[in-house]
Design a protein around this ligand. Sequence first.
Ligand code: C2E
Ligand code: CA
Ligand code: CA
Length: 624
Amino acid sequence: MKQENIELDKISTEIRRNRLMQICGICFLGLLVAAWLSHGITFKILSMGCLSLIAAFGFALRHQLLVASSILLGSMSLMLFALAATGAGMHDAAVLGYPGLLIFAAVVSRTRIYLVLLFFVVLQCCVLTWLSLNGVIETRVLKPSWTQFYYILIIFIIVGASIYLLINEMKMLMRSSEEKSEKISQSRRHIQRLARYDGLTNLPNRFYGERLFNQILQDCSEENRSLAFLFINIDNFKPVNDVLGHKAGDQLLLLLSQRLNSILNSEQKLIRFGGDEFLILAPISKTMCEIKELCEDIIAECANEFEVLETGVLVSASIGLALAPEHGSDFKQICRNADLALFTAKRNGRNNFFIYDESLQKFSQDNFKLLQALRIAINEEQFSLHYQVLVGLQERNSNTVEALLRWQQKDGSFIPPDKFIPLCESTGLINRLGKWVIQQACEFCAKQRKLGDTNLTVAVNISMVQFRSGNLQEIIQQALEDNDLPSDALEIEITESVLMEDLEDTTAQLKELDALGISIAIDDFGTGYSNLGYLKTFKASKLKIDRSFIQELRQTSDDSLIKAIVNMAKSLNLEMVAEGIEDKATMKKLVALGVDIGQGYYWSKPVEQDELLDIRHRVIEGKS
Ligand code: C2E
Ligand code: CA
Ligand code: CA
């Protein structure tokens, strides 16, 4: 800005200099013609005027504008005075030059110089009058003559041309300042828009959204209506960004915002809350049914395929719904409550909506308490590992046991891992806990091997957050080294969500682990993306079909899905594991289907390490 002002100053000084030089030039030419027409003392005065104009021009040329304009004004006023004093006094045509001189001074000079000039002009007129009254100057009415006419004409031309140039310059300056102020108001409007609207989707942003919320809520309360607050989050948006790039992510968000807008009516407002989160403010006209229908429409629209950079992309949306003023009138409060409802919608399997109720508040408070207790538990190592055997269903035995975390409370009860592990993941605590699990499992394995179970392998569950930390491989290698174990003593179990998180980085880490000789099992298969395309980049050794399928097999005779998975696993050279086998009949069905390994309460629940050896013996003997 400062730089810009300096530039502007430079330009206006340059314009002033040019004007000054032009006016010097015009006056000089005028005086030259007048001198040519004159003789005697008038000729001498005009010649002196010409010389001083040359001096003024010279100073202007050397950028000394103050000196130049002072010389110009001073010499011209003296010249006019001299012409009048030697001519017809106040009746002389030279007096006509004064107004022009004053206008010129007012426009190009500083106020001080203008006032000095005005004072001199008045003084000169006084002196001329006094001289005339005292008979020093012979006051006579000049007879009309062509010479007289030419003098007047020259004065008019000089004054006229100078004024024309000055006024023109003023007009130019006014025009450019108008343009400048238009530009300023344009950029102000642009800044205001940027502050209120999202650059990508052109939707109101979170900050403007808050204002809209307050306005619409006020209108609604005047009409005795409620305002539905829909908090929308795109499920699995991150993989689109990671796999197809940010350009594709942006395009998807743009298409999505257009689709959402197309199903809203004029009363309903769509807001981009940030990232892959949108907000809809929808005044309720009649009943909640219309809002539920709107949620269903949104979910259906989002689930339709998007054409992004010539690739078909499938995503889904989860919605948290809260009502104002019922669930809060303050923007932050309603956001929090809708967010809690959204979290529940996600927990319920995504691609659905959930309406806020008071119990969610309790849930979040419970979670908070649980988190506090978890931090203490990690510091005090209140955790232990239980182990569950895996059993060979065909000819071969299995030497693997799965390590499962247990958190025992003071009253002897256990908090299930399904409850505390997601919390550990969302807070990053899983990194410390997961490291501890790996170390404990390796320690246990080394101990068992020394006790005679020489081929034992321990499988540990690894969360996606542990991959993000970047030092998983180091932790695993260290744990194996510390316990003097070969790499085949450890197996890691990952779910497919791990692979969708940050595909490139995760597969690179898995490749390295595979190269170390650590075997990898895909856990809970069938609940996630069920797309084994990623196996091209790293080698997994086991496929653990989710226990929900095994439980279904118990109830129905339809085994086609498991058959298909078995075939696929066989063709990919993967060992098939069925977890959650609780009875003999199911076990038999799975044996017949060709499943390699079983795991479940049918053989044993996860047990403490001391009990495991017995169970392993019993299972192995039972098979032989
Ligand atoms: P998962 O990896 O699928 O582990 C198998 C779960 O199935 C275990 O639940 C096990 O007790 C249970 N299970 C085994 N056989 C049967 C059966 O016949 N019937 C039934 N109904 N259940 C059976 P658990 O121990 O409650 O663990 C739940 C989940 O918590 C695990 O699922 C795993 O995802 C997670 N988890 C457990 N320990 C760890 C850990 O150390 N790290 C991480 N990241 N996750 C863990
Ligand atoms: Ca597992
Ligand atoms: Ca599992």
